[in-house]
Design a protein around this ligand. Structure first.
Ligand code: NAG
Ligand code: NAG
Length: 680
């Protein structure tokens, strides 16, 4: 089959028509609320769409297929199922044609064989193409690779089914994957799964991850010519092609985002003004809950959709299959959105439009056009509503609580859960919540409330059936507490954001964050600023005098004593007690991150042999090196005997005992000292 010339002409006409339609959508929706029904209508039915837009066309060739809906066309290597070309608005190929065909738009997983601990990268190249749907309104393609046991060193033991979907009148395409293991298959540890798109570097120079986090980016070559820093992902740009970037640090981890905020990101080309966006309309298939962080887009130019990874959490998040455990999960769909504006318009408006598109896609979730019984439609899903209140010293609302359904486990287990689906929402100011579009299955209901320590879990299993509408009524979270607060440091919100984040070393800056105080934890090298601030004496915090905003360093890191040597540090909290009450005191110690670290606590006896408490060696979340403000959450309730305290000044010593390198350490979330409940 050969593409007809007439088709190209028709495409141009329809592109113009599309633009009109497109602008009218933007105009007509800009002043209204994003109600679900409204957007469902806009996106799903395209009332005038069937008249305005040409039919979707599928052309099947020997080693590739082309799908063309008149707005864009995409070329997919077949049967591999890797995207080799995207033609849009006169750009022959949005993707980087200098890359191999397998290295432009592809799915991959990192996995390891636990029997020999060897690591593998599997690009999941398909073996057979199946055209599932091919009509005027929709083309859905499936690129399958059944697991056969062959090529054991490359192929992960999964049945792979990669899908691509193109709709009539839609400026972009969907991709999702169905991964399956059958009973009895060999053990496997799967650490990362994602989609990668590598764009034309000559065209795409401007990246946007959020309203504030957007900038002109260095190129791949700029990074190659630069100086790798600690962790080679961080590079000092010494010879960038754009001289304005000289002396800046670039690191893809500076553009990480929490799952709940990782909904749209991508790139803008200014000439012609075209955008390429990764839109993730739901987090149900992502792992480890709403505040799990992951990569977005980064220099290359590269755009990712991270389905699961160990980033900011550790190898514990590897999906481990043992004893022939069967499994099946649908990842995605995610929507790759292409947009454009006329040459005279501001290309940055493409970001605003991409956000609107994200809202429309989100409102249309779950989609009603996928050809898979593994993806339940809206009527096949359920809903859970309720209200959370908190019973601490006084009764409070579960204000803005994070409430979620995740596979059954212990309280808080969702932050390392990675085989099932999770459904999260945030309660309103009064603790009311509604979790929509839940897949049928068995769940626990989990929650945590900013401002309070601890995890809530409803004790019974929740069964979601198709169409379930479950009302939970009033749920009461009793955060851990053994007595009234004597003093506290920080805010219990699972991050170290409220503490002192230092200015970066002026020679190691990402200028994007120079003026953004709230994001300055993303700067490179802050771990060494501790040594600059506390060259000999460690941090001492005086309760009632010090202020955690300025006097509590955001991460308890090691001291750099030169020659790449890092030694442990001890922080001291000084506090006065008028008198000691007989009974037990409690330290509530909440950590926002831990990396190969151990915190030991001593009280009034710094030189004493045995600490009052030790966390033991904990954590692999690597948040210090990856410029996170948190990793995983840890909470300890520590008993302190009254005999260890004295009237007058007391000292609590916090030692992070594991020296050795700059990236071992913890971030505190919150520390509270409680006195005994009863005066005896
Ligand atoms: C730095 O460390 C290296 C290797 O451990 C050692 O050989 C060298 O003497 C050290 N230099 C200084 C100044 O301590
Ligand atoms: C105080 O702690 C000790 C040691 O853990 C324990 O044996 C004792 O029962 C506690 N006392 C009270 C009043 O809780």
């Amino acid at each position: 089959m050969v593409k007809k010339k007439g088709m190209i002409f028709a495409t141009k006409i329809f592109v113009v028509l599309f633009l009109h339609f497109f602008i009218s959508i933007v105009v007509s929706t800009s002043s209204i609320n994003y109600t679900q029904s409204n957007h469902k209508r806009t996106l799903r039915k395209h009332p005038r769409g069937s008249l305005l837009y040409p039919p979707v066309q599928l052309h099947v060739y020997d080693d590739h297929v082309v799908v063309d809906n008149g707005i864009f066309s995409m070329t997919i290597a077949s049967p591999e199922g890797t995207v080799t070309g995207i033609n849009f608005k006169g750009i022959d190929n949005i993707l980087n044609e200098r890359n191999e065909k397998s290295d432009r738009g592809y799915w991959d997983v990192n996995w390891s064989d636990p029997s020999d601990r060897t690591d593998h990268l599997d690009k999941l190249a398909g073996k057979q193409l199946e055209v599932l749907v091919n009509n005027d309104n929709i083309v859905e393609l499936s690129f399958k690779r059944p697991w056969t046991g062959a090529d054991k060193n490359n192929h992960v033991s999964l049945n792979i089914d990669k899908r691509f979907v193109v709709l009539r009148g839609s400026s972009g395409f969907y991709s999702y994957g169905i991964f399956e293991r059958l009973q009895g298959w060999p053990d496997a540890d799967i650490y990362q799964g994602r989609i990668v798109f590598k764009l034309q570097d000559k065209l795409f120079r401007y990246m946007a991850v959020s309203d504030e986090r957007q900038r002109i980016m260095p190129t791949f070559q700029d990074r190659e010519k630069g100086q790798p820093l600690d962790y080679p992902e961080a590079v000092l740009l010494t010879h960038p092609s754009n001289s304005l970037l000289r002396g800046e640090v670039d690191d893809k981890y500076q553009y990480s985002t929490e799952n709940k905020d990782n909904r749209v990101h991508g790139w803008i080309c200014s000439d012609p003004p075209v955008g390429f966006w990764m839109i993730t309309p739901s987090n149900e298939f992502r792992t480890a809950g709403p505040v799990k962080q992951d990569l977005t887009s980064h220099a290359g130019p590269v755009t990712l959709s991270m389905f699961f990874s160990t980033h900011y959490a550790g190898i514990g998040l590897g999906i481990k299959f043992q004893d022939g455990e069967p499994w099946k999960k649908v990842f995605g769909p995610v929507f790759v959105y292409l947009n454009s504006v006329p040459a005279e318009d501001n290309p940055l408006s493409l970001w605003v439009d991409a956000k609107e598109q994200m809202l429309m896609q989100t409102a249309s979730w779950p989609y009603n056009f996928l050809n898979s019984s593994d993806y339940p439609r809206a009527y096949q899903r359920g809903q859970v509503t309720g209200r959370l209140i908190v019973h601490d010293i006084v009764l409070g609302y579960g204000k803005f609580a994070f409430v979620g359904l995740a596979p059954p486990g212990a309280p808080g287990s969702w932050q390392e859960e990675n085989k099932g689906y999770q459904f999260w929402t945030q309660a309103d100011e009064k603790g009311y919540f509604r979790i929509k579009n839940v897949r049928p299955g068995l769940y626990h209901l989990y929650a945590w409330v900013p401002g309070y320590i601890g995890d809530y879990m409803y004790s019974k299993i929740i069964y979601i059936l198709p169409g379930s509408k479950i009302r939970m009524g009033l749920l009461v979270h009793k955060p851990p507490r053994n007595g009234p607060t004597v003093w506290e440091i920080g805010v219990p919100d699972r991050t170290a954001a409220e503490f002192y984040v230092p200015e970066p070393n002026p020679t190691l800056m990402n200028q994007l964050y120079a003026s953004q105080r709230a994001e300055s934890f993303r700067q490179y090298g802050l771990w060494d600023r501790y040594t600059d601030m506390y060259p000999d004496q460690d941090l001492v915090y005086k309760v009632g005098v010090s202020d955690y905003v300025t006097d509590w360093f955001f991460a308890h890191v090691n001291r750099n004593i030169g020659n790449k040597t890092y030694i442990p540090t001890t922080w001291t909290v000084l506090f006065d007690l008028d008198y000691v009450i007989p009974g037990n005191y409690t330290i509530q110690l909440a950590l926002a991150s831990a990396n190969a670290a151990e915190v030991q606590i001593k009280i009034n006896d710094e030189g004493g042999k045995s600490p009052v408490f030790t966390t033991g060696l904990i954590g692999r979340d690597n948040a210090i090196a990856r410029h996170g403000i948190h990793g995983l959450y840890w909470l300890y309730s520590i008993n302190v005997l009254h005999s260890q305290l004295q009237a007058g000044t007391n000292a609590m010593y916090l030692t992070q005992t594991r020296g050795d390198n700059p990236f071992r350490g913890v971030m505190y979330d919150y520390i509270r000292f409680e006195r005994p409940l009863k005066v005896v």
